[in-house]
Design a binder for this molecule. Structure first.
Ligand code: CAA
Length: 277
């Protein structure tokens, strides 16, 4: 059953259409592939692109019937996303900078909390806001040419879209501190070895691997998957007791038709057919 969100998460209004300029979206077999398409600027995240990501993840994607999951990628062979758009930064005041960072964090929060799997397919540079965007996704696939880094200190900045926090979550404080202070850019093999990405695949095979993962997850109970996402995220949320969240979520799952079906299928030694209820 499709999960339908009755209102836009950020503006509070009901679903409203938007013509995307910088996102290309294709939908096939319940998997949406969202391609950030500003190839000439290495898919840098300008404010319009952020607005479109906000609209898609906060609103439009919740309306897609039968959605299994979302793959996020960048146009062309060179970059996933080379960061926030630096050309929009000049002349920012301290207050403007705070607003920009908070807005970016809010948009990426929508991705991290999306109730279906969101997989980053990283085909090239994932730098600054691009690395942060990949880290906001639930899973990451890196092609051999992928490169990751948080080079903001080169610009006199720091990551603003959650990079200082999520990098530690994935690779630990030791390496996160090093990468954030040196601005070093690491290759796909190092990113894989550090645990920043789930899979390292040959160039060109990223989307296929992402689809394979989403198809596998789509065979599980959708409500349970949404609860896994909620509970795992809760571990990192201040003021939220993740263990209690798990107790609540376990209770909610126990009351679903899908749990009855899953348990019955196990006993009857057959494959479960989940309805999402
Ligand atoms: N913003 C705007 N434009 C960008 C961009 C960015 N983040 N990254 C690349 N571009 C543009 C370049 O300006 C260039 O445009 P022109 O052709 O009009 O000159 C085009 O994309 C191609 O880039 P390069 O010619 O630089 O390509 P390269 O192969 O020589 O280098 C690169 C590739 C190493 C990725 C280099 O482009 C680079 O260092 N980019 C910036 C990376 C960066 O610092 N990202 C962090 C941004 S700040 C941030 O993200 C803050 C935050 O956390 C919110």
């Amino acid at each position: 059953m499709a999960y339908v969100k009755p209102y836009c998460e950020l503006c509070g209004k009901k679903h409203h259409p938007m013509q995307y300029e910088n996102l290309q979206i294709s939908l096939e077999d319940g998997i949406a592939v969202v391609t950030i398409s500003r190839e000439k600027a290495l898919n840098a995240l300008n404010s319009r692109t952020m607005e479109e990501l906000q609209h898609f993840f906060g609103d439009a994607a919740h309306e897609i019937e039968g959605l299994k999951g979302i793959i996020l990628t960048g146009a062309g062979e060179k970059a996933f996303v080379a960061g926030a758009d630096i050309t929009e930064f000049s002349g920012l005041s301290a207050t403007d900078g705070m607003k920009l960072a908070k807005r970016g964090q809010d948009v990426f929060f929508l991705i991290e909390h999306f109730p279906k799997p969101v997989v980053a397919s990283v085909n090239g540079f994932a730098l600054g806001g691009g690395c942060e965007l990949a880290m906001a996704c639930h899973l990451r696939i890196a092609g051999e040419k992928a490169k990751f880094g948080q080079p903001e200190v080169n610009l006199g900045l720091i990551p603003g879209y959650g990079g200082t926090q999520r990098l530690i979550q994935y690779i630990g404080k030791t390496k996160a501190m090093e990468l954030l202070m040196t601005a070093d850019i690491i290759g796909a093999a190092d990113a894989h070895q550090l645990g920043l990405v789930n899979y390292l695949v040959p160039s060109g095979a990223e989307i296929e691997k992402a689809k394979e993962l989403i198809e596998k997850i789509a065979t599980k109970a959708p409500f349970a998957i949404a609860k896994v996402i909620e509970c795992v995220n809760a571990y990192y949320e201040e003021g939220v007791d993740g263990f209690w969240k798990e107790v609540d979520a376990f209770g909610e799952c126990s009351g679903t038709e899908d749990f009855k079906e899953g348990a019955a299928a196990f006993v009857e030694k057959r494959k479960a057919t989940f309805s999402g209820r």
